[in-house]
Design a protein around this ligand. Structure first.
Ligand code: ACO
Length: 316
């Protein structure tokens, strides 16, 4: 028997500290109007000095476990997507495993920048479908504020911190219908962040306008690929849960799906781009406020550095 990956719980965490556009305009040459018009962002959350990817992941994961009402020991795989790990090693997945006190699960990190949680969902789905794992925790957690150059107005306005979590379990009922993930390493120079092992450690560097164009085209193609693979029309999609990078990119994807913006879960305005956490944070918000209902079809998608991009079609 082939099993589906059924969503049994979601969770999210945002740090307390709010950084508004107005506050940013006191330190770099920008304005609330420019940022909101070009991106759709008004404020973002910033992790405290004590908070890390694993501490934020723990809170989001505990919420998902509580929602699913499962014994944490039944989790046999933990996947953490992050571009801002606590340490190079141990992985943030292992640190999360210890925080959750789950002894026997296998835990690891994946790095696919802003597409991380979609890549995580795809891996989790393969493990569940093949029977290699029964219950999988996927978390996207980011302390982006630590790799942002706060003097660079072209990038510092975009990013925020937070964590999103989702729990999946093997079920005969439909769950994840399909996942589609892609990479193209040709675009390194358009969007990258040097590591501390390089001669010059540094911050996010992005040629935003060029990234924007590739993102819009690529996300249009992933929508087509996902619908075709499932023999669905646009009208079969109830909700779009996009990566929250820019409201104009999201609007273009919604248009491609012939969805009104009322059918799009938007968290960008008060969260900014939380990289690998954003899709799971948005999904969690839609589930918890009751917009996403059991039985509905939800398209999750993301695009990020690499470039990497992907989608997950879920019957919730
Ligand atoms: N305030 C005021 N002016 C600014 C600011 C700012 N914060 N930032 C840039 N500008 C100026 C530029 O200097 C430029 O001025 P010029 O015309 O005199 O040279 C002008 O505004 C236009 O700049 P663009 O870069 O062309 O602006 P654009 O409309 O493209 O918006 C943005 C920039 C918001 C970054 C957009 O390009 C974008 O969202 N790109 C995609 C981001 C994305 O999806 N990234 C992938 C995920 S992230 C990840 O994987 C880590």
């Amino acid at each position: 028997m082939t099993y589906y990956s059924k969503v049994i719980g979601t969770g999210g965490y945002l740090p307390e500290k709010v950084l508004t556009n107005a506050q940013l305009s006191e330190t770099v040459d920008t304005s609330d109007e420019w940022i909101y018009e070009r991106t759709g962002i008004k404020s973002r959350r910033i992790a405290s000095a004590e908070e890390t990817a694993s501490s934020m992941a723990e809170i989001a994961a505990r919420q998902a476990i509580e929602a699913a009402q499962i014994d944490p020991e039944s989790i046999d795989l933990i996947i953490v997507a992050t571009g801002t790990p606590d340490r190079v090693y141990p992985s943030t997945g292992c640190l999360l495993q210890r925080r959750l006190g789950i002894k026997h699960a296998v835990a690891f990190d994946i790095q696919a920048a802003c597409s991380g949680s979609i890549f995580g969902l795809s891996i989790a789905d393969q493990y569940i479908k093949s029977g290699a794992a029964k219950t999988v925790l996927v978390v996207g957690s980011e302390a982006c504020s630590r790799i942002v150059d706060w003097t660079d107005r072209t990038t510092c306005i975009l990013f925020g911190d937070g964590a999103g979590a989702i729990l999946l379990t093997a079920s005969e009922e439909q769950g994840i219908l399909s996942t589609h993930i892609h990479s193209d390493g040709e675009y390194e120079e358009l969007l990258y962040c040097p590591t501390s092992t390089e001669q010059q450690a540094g911050y996010i560097s992005m040629r935003g306008n060029e990234v924007f164009k590739v993102a819009v085209n690529t996300l249009g193609r992933i929508v087509d690929e996902t619908l075709e693979a499932n023999e669905l029309e646009q009208s079969h999609i109830d909700w779009l849960v996009p990566h929250q990078a820019n409201s104009r990119i999201i609007a273009a994807t919604a248009k491609k799906l012939k969805l009104s913006m009322d059918q799009v879960i938007m968290t960008l305005e008060n969260q900014g781009n939380t990289s690998s956490a954003s899709v799971l944070l948005a999904f969690n918000e839609g589930v918890r406020d009751g917009r996403i209902q059991r039985g509905q079809v939800v398209l999750l998608e993301a695009f990020g550095a690499g470039f990497t991009w992907g989608s997950a079609l879920i019957k919730y």
